[in-house]
Design a binder for this molecule. Structure first.
Ligand code: ZN
Length: 143
């Protein structure tokens, strides 16, 4: 997973600056392994890699780190990019798609409210759920 993401994908990624967010799964800029970005007490965020122990501090007020750090949970699906910030986001996606897209007002649904139309299209549900399963399997990699 080392390809550069298309512009549209980056624009779809919500800002990763909300302190209350869970750690975000990202690609390590040093070894391309599975790293996480989590809020840090100084108001910035810290990227740390499980594979190579690389650490990078992302200062408070820096441009959205999604422009410098790629998400780990990305897969091709129906010719588009299916992605998730972390396992919690994956759970939301799965519930949203699996429920036939009816849970628009459930807590946390704002995260998926701006999904691309091809994900929301009911006829693609099976493909999208298989894509979500692929992403989930990526969470179980080496730690
Ligand atoms: Zn690394």
């Amino acid at each position: 997973m080392t390809t550069t993401l298309p512009r549209r994908f980056r624009d779809d990624v919500p800002p990763l600056h909300r302190p209350a967010d869970d750690p975000v799964d990202v690609v390590c800029p040093a070894c391309s392994g599975h790293a996480t970005v989590r809020p840090w007490p100084d108001g910035g965020r810290r990227l740390s890699c499980r594979a190579c122990a690389h650490v990078r501090d992302l200062p408070a007020g820096a441009p959205p780190c999604c422009r410098a750090v790629r998400l780990w949970l990305v897969t091709r699906c129906r010719g588009g990019e299916l992605w998730a910030l972390n396992e919690r986001h994956l759970d939301l996606l799965e519930r949203y798609v699996g429920a036939g897209l009816r849970e628009r007002t459930a807590p946390g649904m704002s995260l998926v409210a701006r999904l691309p139309a091809w994900i929301k299209a009911g006829r693609h549900r099976g493909d999208v759920l298989r894509g979500i399963a692929r992403l989930r399997s990526m969470l179980d990699g080496p730690r």
